[in-house]
Design a protein around this ligand. Structure first.
Ligand SMILES: *[C@@H]1O[C@H](CO)[C@@H](O)[C@H](O)[C@H]1NC(C)=O
Ligand SMILES: *[C@@H]1O[C@H](CO)[C@@H](O)[C@H](O)[C@H]1NC(C)=O
Ligand SMILES: *[C@@H]1O[C@H](CO)[C@@H](O)[C@H](O)[C@H]1NC(C)=O
Ligand SMILES: *[C@@H]1O[C@H](CO)[C@@H](O)[C@H](O)[C@H]1NC(C)=O
Ligand SMILES: *[C@@H]1O[C@H](CO)[C@@H](O)[C@H](O)[C@H]1NC(C)=O
Ligand SMILES: *[C@@H]1O[C@H](CO)[C@@H](O)[C@H](O)[C@H]1NC(C)=O
Ligand SMILES: [Mn+2]
Length: 480
């Protein structure tokens, strides 16, 4: 356990004076009642609309039992409205959570991206519980457990993005792969719910939850049972021992069937229209890695901050560390209209899409990496240098939370992050590896056996790092 005064200071920042009056509470109840009445009306109208038919029997079968107390649906009904989904998908608030919400006088915490805060004074057992769960999961898990799995986030899309026509129908489907390890339930399930609520379901072939040998009870049979009730195919597959996230991602890919794979971390939320702009890119070119615009979810108050990525693209420095870089610097003369897809030197695995066959062709990931770190840079370099293309699609927005401890692991003697970076330098940087070593100065240059990856590089006839510097990331030449 962390010391008591380290974590709470930050947690206490989210705590604000008690201001809610009961009048607020009652108006909220009245408003909610009207929303429910209106939603019921909308639901029945939609469901009676026999023109909107769908052949997806599997989806319907799953839905049927859930819908029975709202309205019987026929085998031909199509789910067209997100409102319908809110009836089908439970909010996930346990009886315990509801008791806390009442005790703490909270009203729809986290809804519409409102920063989560307690009213003062905060009962001691709540401070205790908040702290305990923070230490266990590396983010404000107690708060998360009080926030609906179906919380709404605002539609912040620019009109340009909203009004664009995306080509999806010509395209088949996507497998969404979510690797996880000992995750907290509500954050993981909010990820799954948000994918379902914000995606056209006919574009989702499957969601694959890839468990890297979790030990927590709630991720065992419970998880499998819960996912069966969801209105899309959700597979839960498990490794037979800890593999680390790199090998776990490859394990997920090998079990996926759709032509496009989208990796999402277990702690993301999708925004309206996130999927269509990504899939549109794959209509012309399957040898592609695509990243959406990724915003930051605050790990203390769960609010999404939209500011960080404005006008910036993902890049790195010579230590192979992630860096946000202003668009002008990346693009140089080749300035791209702000909402258009644009080439990016690197991507991060928090959310990224890749053509399944292309991923296989270029050798998935380097599974001799240590458990965590740098696999996304390696993928981006390899994709660029071995004939593919890596893009950022600004019109697609996903929120990702940086937790305090990520995908917990103990390195088995390889040396963790630095080992991985050394491998990148040795395999992909060519003569420029000297520049990398000049900045990082590792005590020993440990990176294991790289013969197989070098062979792959040769077989694929990959370009060298000089080409990457000249054509993809000229700005790196000038960087320190
Ligand atoms: C919640 O409200 C009740 C009554 O309005 C009050 O007695 C109680 O102290 C409040 N609790 C908190 C944690 O603010
Ligand atoms: C806080 O939790 C610890 C155990 O986790 C317990 O020993 C302690 O009594 C609790 N304190 C309060 C105020 O609930
Ligand atoms: C999962 O579902 C099965 C079959 O319905 C049931 O027997 C079992 O008790 C459930 N397990 C849990 C942990 O809910
Ligand atoms: C984002 O930027 C706007 C304008 O600069 C500012 O008003 C707002 O407070 C910022 N939001 C956050 C969460 O930092
Ligand atoms: C990402 O989305 C946010 C919120 O809509 C926006 O402010 C920002 O400019 C976008 N970033 C990029 C790179 O388009
Ligand atoms: C911009 O373009 C001009 C002429 O096309 C070229 O001379 C110059 O080197 C370019 N600058 C950069 C930063 O690419
Ligand atoms: Mn992550």
């Amino acid at each position: 356990m962390k010391s008591l005064n380290k974590i709470p200071m930050k947690l206490l920042n989210i705590i604000q004076p008690y201001t809610t009056r009961s009048i607020l509470k009652y108006s909220a109840i009245i408003v909610i009642t009207w929303i429910v009445v209106f939603a019921c009306f909308l639901t029945s109208t939609t469901l009676n609309n026999q023109q909107k038919l769908n052949q997806n029997l599997k989806t319907i079968n799953n839905l049927e039992s859930k819908m029975s107390n709202i309205q019987k649906i026929t085998a031909n009904s199509k789910i067209t409205s997100q409102l319908n989904l809110d009836f089908i998908l439970p909010d996930g608030l346990t009886d315990e959570a509801k008791t806390y919400i009442k005790e703490l006088n909270l009203t729809s915490p986290g809804e519409n991206n409102q920063p989560f805060h307690f009213h003062k004074p905060i009962p001691a057992h709540i401070v205790n519980k908040t702290e305990e769960m923070y230490n266990k999961y590396g983010f404000n898990a107690f708060a998360s457990s009080l926030v609906s799995l179906n919380r709404n986030l605002p539609d912040v899309r620019n009109d340009v993005c909203k009004n664009r026509k995306y080509r999806n129908e010509q395209f088949s489907k996507v497998s969404i792969i979510i690797p996880f390890y000992n995750d907290e339930w509500s954050l993981l399930m909010r990820t799954v719910h948000s994918i379902i609520r914000k995606s056209p379901l006919h574009l989702i072939e499957e969601i694959i939850l890839v468990d890297d040998y979790s030990t927590y009870e709630h991720l065992q049979e419970n998880l499998k049972n819960y996912t069966k009730s969801l209105p899309v195919t959700v597979k839960v597959i498990r490794t037979h021992k800890r593999l680390g996230i790199v090998a776990n991602r490859v394990f997920g890919a090998r079990n996926a069937v759709a032509p496009v794979l989208i990796y999402v971390d277990s702690h993301i939320e999708c925004f309206d229209g996130w999927l269509e702009p990504i899939l549109d890119r794959f209509v012309d070119n399957m040898e592609l890695v695509v990243s959406p615009n990724i915003s930051d979810t605050n790990r203390f108050n769960l609010a999404v901050n939209f500011n960080k990525t404005a006008g910036r693209t993902m890049g790195m420095n010579w230590r192979l560390e992630f860096k946000w870089i202003p668009n002008e610097v990346i693009e140089g003369n080749k300035s791209v209209p702000i909402y258009d897809p644009k080439p990016t030197p690197i991507v991060i695995f928090a959310v990224l899409a890749i053509g399944r066959k292309f991923f296989e062709k270029i050798g998935y990931l380097d599974i001799d990496f240590d458990i965590w770190g740098g696999e996304d840079f390696e993928l981006a370099l390899r994709a660029w240098m071995c004939g593919g293309r890596v893009e950022l699609v600004p019109c697609s927005l996903v929120a990702h939370m940086f937790r305090e401890h990520k995908y917990k692991h103990r390195s088995k003697g390889k040396g963790g992050y630095r080992w991985n970076m050394n491998r990148i330098a040795e395999i992909w940087l060519g003569k420029y590896k000297r520049r990398y070593y000049k900045y990082v100065k590792p005590r020993r240059r440990r990176f294991g056996d790289i013969q197989e990856r070098l062979k792959l590089k040769k077989e694929l006839n990959c370009k060298n790092f000089q080409w990457y510097l000249d054509n993809v990331f000229p700005a790196l030449k000038e960087m320190d």
